[in-house]
Design a protein around this ligand. Structure first.
Ligand code: ADP
Ligand code: MG
Ligand code: MG
Length: 887
């Protein structure tokens, strides 16, 4: 380590050594405190120890030689600034020791308050405040937190004793305990530590300080912090800084208090100062749920009105300065306001859109910044039902918002029960301590999933997100008893069958049936998307199989259809019999007979889709049926089909049996069908071109792209394309008009990617079928992956489910190669991607970078893809995302 490197940075008194630009060193919290001090805002003085020390400390267990000296010097400076002395018997200085990484990880790491107290200094505190209740309240909080954080004993052993004291006094709240009880608690807490750790509680404030500093560094590696980083893609090597801050006291009485304020409403985005506060309280009291906090609006009138006005003024100043919605921690001591933290506020998708657009209108940020600021995946929330922001709700607990949307149903505590009730038509919410693969069917059956344990990558979270199902996990206040069929949370009980609402967007668990509303897609959204569309290069299409889907896709802003799967049309109504006839037909004549019946049905569907897309490109994929899904299964199905085909049942059964494949995913599917039975390709091409001609005859425009699936060999594509072009000429000739069309292929097998230069000779376009390409690259069947993939993600073997987030390292390499090879043959080759990945932000950005022309995804994901594409374009131009630079 270079000798001159600096480890400690002071702040306070209208100035600071550091600033908001130094997040990497000071952490978000330390940087924010420094910046607020520089702005002249009332921040208690303190200093921050560099996050750069965190990893070396964790790995080697040591600090640089000069650190103690440097901390000592800054502690002296802090004593001068606060006019108090650390460890002094008179007017002692107390400090908080706080964690804070460069990226905000709310509540994931540790903090100790009121450090510096011992049996001597506490008397100094009594003397200087004449308030023994306050002094011993601070002392017991300190020992309690120290036992939890530094001695790593957890919260429970202390909470139990505290509850016991409250019961004895019939006290509802801890502030109702008299000073002598609080003093007794200090002894009890110390005794717990002595008993469990076999060491006395450290009396020396300097020893206390170092114990806490080391514990804060250690908290970087707690399980929940590690999990949180994994889910949010935060690097493990950032480390946390440690901020040591002079205490200010919200627990000095009714003219003191603490709270959290947001400069705008984080659910709706409306510009109103809001949040919660408590009087005669400290630290986490507001969020811990131990007492019910009051809305900040209640500060407006009465004795504390000056505090409100100050807060309002400072909140406005902070938002102006940071150009973003702020989440502010404050404390007032005898009516005097202090700010203890400011950071970018977490918000719902709705609030993100509204606040970004309004900040542009207020002249704070540019449209570029607004576009960069909204996380694309959060747009998803705009189309899910949400809890009416105006409804009064009873929140029983809060957990981690694992999968967005809100849903309600009857509480059910067992997966089998959930499945049973759902089959009977009940809407159920599955509640478990945590879930495991055995609960899978219950998750499928439920409207929403709620677990008491587990992080954002727990089984329940991963599975529910994958299914787009509402989910809250890690609601630690909830005590689930599956055997008794009930949960307890913060003094409330919910029994099996009672209605409960889960809000996966905010993590709230709400008693009863909360009013759910479809979020309004208003002017703010339209504005933001217009900005996004102006900025992106990548086109966005939708996967749509029916005229209804096509219309919805247009409403979401799709610029064409990137994948229209023809086999999906076959499932509908009475068509299935014709399809089955075609599949089991023993010869070509039989197949042609069935195909002739299918032709008009397909043609009608294509007409509807072409109409809906009004001149935008429509990519139609020729038949790629999962054969086994179409084969008749039940006795009744077999009999019906036998009758339709005028075949003896036994004969039909033999035919069906001969078609069963050991591994349908790698079997007789895709273009392999059209190769062996060209009449299928002929029929589909005819249906497509006849439909196109009819729509054109009505004066509309049509752009057709015919896509050949599952090609591995250039020769397969050449043969299929030949058929399509021949039929097209034939139809145009008879109809007396021509329609522009392209013939291309899906690239969904590794061999196709590896030989893309040869394949491009036969293709007008490529479309990456990333679902199959992922299956075949990994050699794993998606249908069977449910048994082990969640485990892989939960245990960090894979960072994400590769069917949701494109595996850029492996599958992505094949894509890049195929793009390069394809364009080497045909520089103008049009290339897109279809499959779930087309609507996943990181994958969309990847597609932009490797030079694709478009992505295609499910209609609901189209807005997500549009915004992600715009962000990718801005990133490429090097437009700096200042959002990331704010604390
Ligand atoms: P977290 O990162 O979990 O929010 P913090 O370090 O911000 O942890 O601290 C926890 C609580 O203690 C917050 O409510 C904070 O405002 C409060 N707090 C921290 N330091 C002080 C202090 N010096 N004086 C008063 N309250 C403090
Ligand atoms: Mg905080
Ligand atoms: Mg496929």
């Amino acid at each position: 380590m270079p000798a001159l490197e600096r480890w400690v940075y002071s702040f306070g008194d209208g100035r600071a050594d550091g600033s908001a630009a130094m997040r990497d060193i000071l952490g978000g919290k330390g940087a924010g405190l420094a910046e607020m001090a520089n702005l002249g805002l009332p921040v208690p003085p303190g200093f921050t120890i560099s996050a750069k020390l965190c990893l070396t400390y964790l790995e080697q267990g040591t600090f640089p030689d000069d650190l103690r000296e440097e901390v000592d010097r800054h502690l002296k400076q802090l004593e001068r600034a606060s006019k108090k002395r650390f460890g002094a018997a008179e007017n002692p200085l107390l400090v908080s020791v706080r964690s804070g990484a460069a990226v905000s990880m709310p509540g994931m790491m540790e903090t100790v308050l009121n450090l510096g107290l011992n049996d001597r200094t506490v008397q100094g505190l009594v003397a200087s405040t004449k308030n023994p209740r306050f002094a011993f309240d601070s002392y017991r909080r300190f020992v309690q937190m120290y036992g939890d954080v530094v001695f790593e004993l957890g919260k429970e052993p202390f909470a139990e004793v505290l509850e016991e004291f409250k019961r004895r006094r019939r006290a509802a709240r801890d502030i109702d305990l008299p000073a002598e009880d609080l003093q007794a608690l200090v002894h009890e807490f110390k005794a717990i530590i002595q008993a469990k750790r076999d060491v006395p509680f450290p009396d020396d404030p300097v020893a206390q300080l170092w114990g806490a500093i080391e514990a804060v560094f250690r908290s970087w590696r707690t399980r929940r912090a590690v999990d949180y980083r994994r889910v949010h893609g935060i690097p493990d090597d950032l480390g946390t800084a440690v901020s040591v801050v002079a205490m200010v006291y919200g627990n000095l009485g009714d003219d003191s208090g603490t709270g959290v304020a947001f400069t705008r409403d984080c659910r709706t985005g409306a510009k109103v100062l809001n949040g919660d506060f408590l009087t005669n309280a400290q630290g986490e009291d507001v969020v811990s749920g131990a007492r019910t906090p009051r809305a900040i609006a209640q500060l407006k009138r009465g004795r504390l009105a000056p505090v409100y006005r100050e807060l309002e003024r400072m909140a406005a100043k902070l938002e102006r300065h940071f150009k973003d919605v702020q989440d502010i921690e404050f404390t007032f001591e005898h009516g005097r306001l202090y700010l203890l933290q400011t950071r970018r506020a977490q918000r719902t998708g709705l609030a993100a859109v509204r606040s970004a657009v309004e900040l542009v209108a207020e002249g704070r940020i540019t449209p570029d910044e607004a576009v960069q600021r909204v996380p694309p995946q959060d747009l998803d929330q705009l189309f899910h039902p949400m809890v009416d922001p105006r409804a009064a709700v009873t929140v029983v607990a809060k957990g981690l918002p694992a999968s967005p949307g809100a849903a309600m149903g009857e509480a059910v505590f067992d997966a089998d029960q959930a499945e049973l009730l759902a089959k009977q038509g009940h809407r159920v919410v599955l509640i478990r301590p945590e879930t495991s693969p055995e609960d899978f069917h219950g998750i499928v059956a439920a409207q929403a999933v709620l677990t008491a344990r587990g992080g954002m990558t727990s089984h329940a979270a991963v599975v529910a997100r994958g299914m787009g199902k509402t989910c809250v996990v890690g609601a630690t206040d909830i005590d689930v008893d599956p055997h008794a069929g009930r949960l307890r949370a913060n003094g409330r009980v919910v029994k099996q069958g009672q209605l409960i609402t889960v809000d996966g967007t905010t993590g709230r668990v709400i008693l009863g049936a909360a009013k759910l509303v479809e979020p309004k897609i208003g002017a703010h959204y339209a504005r933001l998307m217009a900005w996004a569309d102006e900025r992106r290069r990548l086109r966005v299409r939708a996967n749509a199989d029916t005229p209804g889907d096509a219309k919805r896709a247009r409403q979401f802003g799709a610029e064409g259809i990137g994948l229209c799967r023809t086999e999906h049309m076959f499932f509908e109504g009475d068509r299935i019999t014709a399809v089955r006839e075609m599949i089991v037909a023993p010869d070509e004549a039989g197949r042609r007979h069935a195909l002739a019946r299918l032709l008009p049905m397909q043609r009608a569907d294509f007409e509807g889709i072409f109409e809906a897309m009004a001149g935008h490109s429509v990519t139609i994929r020729l038949l790629d049926p999962p054969l086994h899904e179409f084969l008749p299964k039940t006795r009744a199905e077999v009999t019906t089909l036998a009758r339709a085909m005028r075949l003896p049942v036994a004969r039909l059964e033999r035919l069906v049996e001969s078609l069963v494949e050991a591994n349908p995913m790698l079997g007789h599917r895709g273009c392999r069908l059209g190769i062996t039975y060209p009449e299928i390709t002929e029929m589909q091409a005819r249906a497509i071109f006849e439909a196109a001609c009819r729509v054109v005859a009505r004066g509309k425009q049509v752009v057709v792209e015919v896509m050949i699936p599952l090609v591995a060999l250039a020769e397969e594509l050449r043969r299929q394309a030949e058929i399509v072009r021949r039929v097209a000429q034939d139809v145009f000739h008879t109809q007396g008009r021509a329609v522009p069309y392209l013939v291309g292929t899906m690239i969904e097998l590794p061999r196709a990617a590896l030989t893309a230069d040869a394949i491009a000779k036969e293709a007008d376009f490529f479309s990456f079928g990333t679902n199959d390409l992922t299956q075949t690259t990994f050699g794993l069947s998606r249908d069977d992956a449910g048994r082990f993939l969640p485990f892989y993600v939960e245990h960090g073997i894979l960072s994400d489910d590769p069917f949701q987030v494109l595996d850029q390292e492996g599958v992505g390499k094949l894509i890049e190669l195929a793009v390069r090879l394809g364009r080497a043959t045909k520089p103008e080759l049009k290339i897109g991607i279809c499959g779930e990945h087309g609507g996943e932000p990181a994958s969309v950005k990847f597609c932009h970078r490797v030079g694709l022309n478009y992505v295609s995804c499910s209609p609901f994901r189209v807005p997500v893809a549009r915004l992600a594409a715009a962000q990718a374009a801005l990133e490429e131009q090097g437009v700096i995302n200042r959002t990331k630079a704010t604390v």
